[in-house]
Design a protein around this ligand. Structure first.
Ligand code: GTP
Ligand code: SPV
Ligand code: MN
Length: 594
């Protein structure tokens, strides 16, 4: 399929290491994919779902020990410790290779190696980048087909260049004690072993498009961020684009596909999805920041997705979708998860493969679907996919939004004073942990720019890079905001209705960018006047201007306490934290103490 000598030389080396029985190049053709699907069905690796209701859809269950990203076993390897540590797990490059090489030696004996050339970003875009993933998993091939532009076209894009990311994946024995997800940013290389789940093995996604790409962006002057990209089309037909970074399972897919509330829909506002997880951003010829989505599909959280919360995501899963770790409804051979509706299937197989009576199982507190069960859906299925999705130049970014799950501290929305203060706000992000990674759920931890698990280099250098981008962008820089959909009342219920109603907050953000609305200057930034968040139509849910007022309160004592957490983070990162951010933190504390 290619004469690229860099690809062929590396492939020979890897084949000599893992010793597969057979090597199969993935060309991306429908015949080849169909044969692979048939093989996965015949071995039981996948199950075919109801082909009338869910044409082309497949169900897959992973091993119980392999259901999420494993941050404790994810490494960034560089020559010098300080270039990746201390927020990342670090090991010196050759030491890690020496450790993993024996594990890879002969690991594909008796197996087939699939060679997957893939392109992150639209084919033909100057901002797209090519990777090649070697894997012994058909599940990976079929998912990469949905998530990336895969096959011959990716090799054509690469030509004879050496600029591609070398990914080696083996599910090996799916042994969690020997699971490693390793990035070598200085060598454009990824080694992943002993997992067969999502973000650990679809190497184009977190490993390349965030960890390796963030480092490439640092070196080359662009940004790779854990951000959704959405467009809001005004009644006059003009579309403004917003990117937003929320930690894993904190609402990017939902916000990216939101359906405008009646009050905006009536006026003719529309929302378009460009991306739901990752944005690559470059400075365009006009000096503005432009974003492309490097992915071609959505690897979305299933639980909580329903016709009301996220109609467009649900619609995206109705064909050619792979479901992982959801429940199987045997009555009609479809799928189910918590929050899809209130009727768990009676004749069900829960996500680990046991037959259960759904309502009884749920009544006993059992989860039919894993909390991090996911769908892999082609972006082209999405009813609100932006017409700019394949635009090689991307879309111009008007506003950037940070946010997370904060039960108390953060208000519904506020605007940073300027770019540098906005970088501070991103660096100080914190959020309650979710099921997207293994480990405790609901614990507040600092997650700068939602990139803690995904930054492929030193976090202090990453902050400096953000500040540098601001200098280059000057007055064309996007405005930076922070939101929080997750404030709770004394009983622990979310106060803000969220989902589609988040558009009310996005409209304030756009109005601010266009200079159409005033704000209140406070210690933490510019806050809306409560009456400027339109709550028309929310009366039925008991949401009024007073609710908004409540959501906009800022408790200085809580904030000062929170600043201690930022100090701890900065101390942990160490010397490379830019002086500018230390100053921003000190200034914030001074303002809060007044
Ligand atoms: P990753 O794919 O892990 O990066 O996650 P994501 O940021 O795309 O998260 P997603 O949109 O899938 O949301 C995860 C969970 O948050 C789901 O269970 C949603 O139901 C819930 N959620 C999303 N938006 C809101 C909101 O506005 N309010 C509330 N209360 N919950 C929300
Ligand atoms: C995340 O955890 O942020 C995801 C899912 O988007 S995964 O690809 O598994 O990392
Ligand atoms: Mn994500």
């Amino acid at each position: 399929m290619t004469n690229n000598k860099h690809v062929l030389t590396w492939l020979d080396e890897m084949v000599a290491l893992v010793k597969p029985d057979k090597v199969v190049w993935i060309d991306g053709s429908e015949e080849q994919l169909k044969a692979l699907r048939d093989e996965a069905l015949s071995t039981g690796e996948m199950e075919a779902l109801n082909q009338e209701e869910l044409p082309g859809c497949l169900l897959h269950r992973t091993k119980k020990n392999d259901v999420a990203r494993v941050e404790g076993r994810t490494y960034i390897c560089t020559k010098n410790r300080d270039d990746a540590a201390p927020i990342n797990n670090w090991m010196e490059t050759s030491e890690m290779k020496a450790k993993l090489t024996p594990m890879y030696d002969g690991v594909m004996k008796g197996r087939t190696m699939y060679v997957i050339p893939y392109c992150m970003g639209p084919i033909g875009s100057p901002f797209s980048k090519v990777g090649v993933e070697l894997t012994d998993s058909i599940y990976v091939v079929l998912n990469m087909d949905i998530m990336t532009r895969m096959g011959q076209k990716a090799l054509d894009q690469l030509g004879d260049s050496n600029d591609f990311v070398r990914g080696l994946h083996s599910k090996a024995d799916v042994d969690e004690e020997n699971r490693y997800i390793v990035q070598f940013p200085e060598e454009n290389t990824i080694w992943s072993i002993n997992s067969a789940y999502g973000g650990n093995v679809l190497l184009g996604k977190k490993c390349f498009a965030l960890r390796i790409a963030s480092y490439q962006g640092f070196k080359e002057g662009w940004m790779a961020e854990h951000m959704l990209i959405l467009g809001i089309e005004a009644p006059n037909g003009e579309t403004s684009y917003i990117t937003a970074a929320f930690p894993s399972a904190c609402g990017k897919t939902n916000l990216a596909m939101l359906i405008p509330p009646e009050v905006y829909a009536q006026q003719g506002y529309k929302v378009w999805t460009v991306g739901d997880d990752i944005a690559w951003m470059h400075i365009g010829e006009d000096g503005r920041l432009y974003a492309i989505n490097p992915e071609a599909g959505f690897f979305g959280v299933a639980p909580g997705t329903n016709a009301k919360s996220n109609y467009n995501a649900l619609a995206s899963t109705k064909k050619n979708t792979i479901f992982t770790n959801v429940a199987h409804n045997l009555d009609n051979n479809t799928v189910w998860w918590e929050g899809l509706d209130k009727n768990p299937p009676v004749n069900a197989v829960e996500w680990t493969g046991n037959k259960v009576n759904g309502p009884e199982y749920a009544a006993q507190g059992g989860k039919l679907a894993h909390p991090n069960s996911r769908f892999t859906a082609p972006a082209i299925n999405c009813p609100c996919l932006s017409k700019e999705f394949d635009n090689p130049n991307g879309v111009p970014v008007t506003a950037m939004v940070f946010g997370g799950r904060r039960a108390k501290t953060a208000p519904l929305v506020y605007q940073s004073f300027d770019w540098n203060h906005g970088v501070y706000v991103g660096s100080a992000m914190a959020s309650e942990t979710t099921a997207a990674a293994t480990g405790a759920v609901g614990v507040v931890r600092r997650d700068p720019m939602a990139m803690r698990p995904f930054c492929g280099y030193n976090m202090g250098d990453y902050f400096s890079h953000w500040l540098d981008m601001g200098k280059k962008l000057g007055d064309k820089a996007p405005k930076i905001f922070n939101v929080n959909w997750f404030r709770t009342d004394d009983e622990g219920h979310f106060i803000w209705p969220g989902f589609g109603d988040n558009m009310r907050v996005l409209m304030w953000i756009l109005n601010r960018c266009e200079g159409k609305v005033d704000a209140v200057e406070t210690a933490i930034g510019y806050l809306p006047k409560a009456e400027d968040i339109d709550v028309t139509g929310l009366e039925g849910e008991g949401v009024t201007v007073d609710t908004v007022k409540d959501l906009l309160t800022v408790d200085s004592a809580l904030w000062l306490e929170d600043c201690k957490g930022v100090h701890e983070l900065y101390d942990q990162i160490g010397e490379r934290v830019p002086a500018e951010l230390e100053k921003q933190l000190a200034d914030l504390e001074a303002r809060l103490a007044k």
